[in-house]
Structure formats: C-alpha cells, structure tokens
Write a protein that binds this ligand. Structure first.
Ligand code: 3EB
Length: 336
C-alpha cells in the first residue's frame, strides 16, 4: 500500500498559551478558552477550566493570568476529584488530592496519575503531552525519605507500563499552600507530540539510583507539530549530565539554565536561541532575593520581561536555586 503523503495527514490545530493582563472572569468568558491558570491567593471559580496554583510572584506583584486557547468550542466535565475541559483536539485535566487520605505523597501521586490516565483514556485523548506537579514541602525529608522522592515513586506507580519514550514533559515544584494539597494538572491530545531530550543532559528517566528509588517519569520537552509549532518545555535547571552544576551560585545556575533552554530548542529543530522567540515562561526561584538577578540575566539575554512570570517556589532538587519552564512558539511556515 502506498504511504500517505505527509501533507495529507491531519495536522493538529495549534494551542495558544500566553500571559494576559485580564481578570480570570474575562479570560474564562471565551468559548475557546481551554484553561486559565491563576497564581497566588486568587479565588478559584467553580469552573473546570480554572485552576489556582498556590505560588506567589517573587516580587509581590499582581500576576498575569496564564490563558490557554484552542481552535474550537470547549466543553467541560468532572468525575470525582478529576475535572477537565476539552476542545480543539486538546484535553486539560486536573486533580487535587488530599495526601492525608492516601497515606502521604507517594499514595497521593499514585492516585492522581492513575485518575489522570483513566481520564485521558476514557475521553480518548491518549497522548499525554505535559504534566505539572505542585506539592507542599517538596524537599522535606532526607535522602529517599524526601517528599519529592516519595511523590516520584507514586507517580511512577500511577504511570504503570507507560513507555518512558512517551513520557510527558513536566514540572515538579514545591508550593507554599497547605502541605497535604497535591495538585497535578496535565495536557493531553488526540494527535501525538514528539518528545525531545537535551543532549547536554542524561534523560531524567535514566537518572542513576542516587537521585531516588525510581527515576523521574518525564521528558525534557514535547514538540507540537502544529502551525505555528510549539515546544512545551519541562522545568529546566542547571543540570549537566545528571549532576547539578554551580551549586550555591545562582547567577551561574541562571546562565546554565539559559544554555539548556537554547539547547532544547536546537534539539527540537526549532532554532538555536530562546531570545527573539514568542515565549511564555515561568521562572521559579527558591529564594525571592534571586528574582531581580534572574530578571536581569533574562533581560541581558534578550528575553523580554512580559514573557516571564517569576514565582517563588522550591525546586525538587535541594541544590537547585532556580528553574524555568514554559512554551515557545515558532512560526515554521508549515514546513516542520
Ligand atoms: C532536573 O532537571 C530538575 O520530577 O517532574 C525538572 C522537571 C525536575 C520536572 C519532575 C523534575 C521534574 O532533574 C528536576
């Protein structure tokens, strides 16, 4: 049988994620709005598309809303502790788990991921593109007793036999809300994305034993071959190989993180430099006093301030002082 010419294969419609200086109410008014992520102490609306992440801006400023829009009409639903919105070929799904009801972060993460995967399968969005994980006191506990490592073991159990080569891009950050609140949300789709690894780094799912009983279940980035194309970038930090580089030196960690972001774009085939791109980035700083340094490093590199939301949060590896994630959109004139 003749192969189908690539041009005839259905291409997914684009997902547009960006920061908007509007109220959550206004952002939710759009029938093409798949999700609105608010940060800080915002009120949560009783709408499956709205999520409040309990992280504050590092400089105390009022955060913009992160708004996800799709081509198409969005419908919502809920079942138990899972809520979702679907439209344009994409699914936004979130689950909030009280750790106390699941014996701690491991049981809670297992439950959260099992529910998420049940939902993406039941609603027929089998391609898990991106996951965000926020838990309290992420670095509490020594060695393998660290809460992040417990979370990571539970996530791996919840992912079951999902092949590592198809793991979603991800973020795992410590929030400053009640410790027992585990918040996991994800993006899934009807069309597959392409996982992207960073040649400067060991794939997280191949991390050696010293970082925990199981390696973390995530890809460094996920490319969406839409027009324009997008790269969903995992939490990216000052990691070379599998080791933390520049322990104790926040400016050097910032510069190394930018090199890793450039390298991911290259590896994805979407250009060689982050500056000059259409991007929406979240930068997490462990210590708020590093926020202005990070802002200057980004500014000097040519990343405009309106593209970055700087939040205070704990990074999952205790010697990492900062991390950056987000989405970069590249106009490829249809040829990627
Ligand atoms: C690193 O590069 C930093 O466990 O989901 C970054 C992004 C990190 C996601 C996760 C962990 C996770 O190893 C840690």
């Amino acid at each position: 049988m003749a192969a189908v010419p690539p041009a005839l294969l259905a291409r997914a419609t684009p997902l547009r994620i960006g920061f908007e200086q509007v109220t959550a109410t206004k952002a939710l008014a759009g029938t093409d709005t798949l999700a609105v992520i608010s940060f800080g102490a915002a009120d949560a609306y009783d709408d499956p598309r709205h999520l409040v992440v309990p992280l504050h801006t590092a400089d105390g400023s009022e955060p913009a809303q992160e708004v996800w829009r799709v081509d198409g009409h969005v419908e919502t639903g809920r079942e138990g502790d899972v809520v979702w919105a679907q439209g344009g070929g994409y699914l936004f799904v979130s689950v909030r788990v009280d750790e106390a009801g699941h014996g701690g972060p491991e049981g809670a993460a297992h439950h959260a991921y099992a529910r998420l995967l049940d939902t993406v399968r039941a609603l027929d969005y089998p391609h898990l593109l991106r996951a965000w994980n926020y838990l309290g006191d992420i670095n509490l506990g020594d060695g393998d007793q660290e809460r992040y490592r417990h979370f990571s073991v539970g996530r791996a159990r919840g992912m079951g036999d999902w092949p590592p080569s198809l793991f979603p891009a991800a973020t795992a950050i410590g929030h400053l809300g009640p410790r027992d609140d585990l918040l996991v949300y994800a993006l899934a789709s009807r069309t597959p994305g392409t996982p992207v690894e960073n040649p400067r780094q060991v794939s997280a799912y191949h991390y050696p034993r010293r970082y925990g009983p199981v390696p973390p279940s995530f890809a460094r980035a996920m490319r969406l071959d839409t027009d324009p194309a997008s790269l969903l970038i995992s939490g990216t930090a000052s990691v070379i190989g599998h080791a933390t580089a520049h322990v104790g030196n926040a400016p050097a960690q910032a510069a190394e993180t930018l090199r890793n972001l450039d390298c991911l774009l290259t590896s994805a085939g979407l250009g060689t430099r982050l500056p000059g791109r259409d991007a929406s980035l979240k930068a997490y700083v462990r210590h708020r006093e590093h926020a202005s340094m990070l802002r200057s490093v980004l500014n000097e590199a040519g990343v405009p301030a309106h593209q970055v939301l700087i939040l205070q949060g704990d990074i999952c590896r205790s010697d990492l002082l900062l991390e950056i994630d987000g989405i970069v959109t590249v106009d490829t004139n249809g040829d990627v």
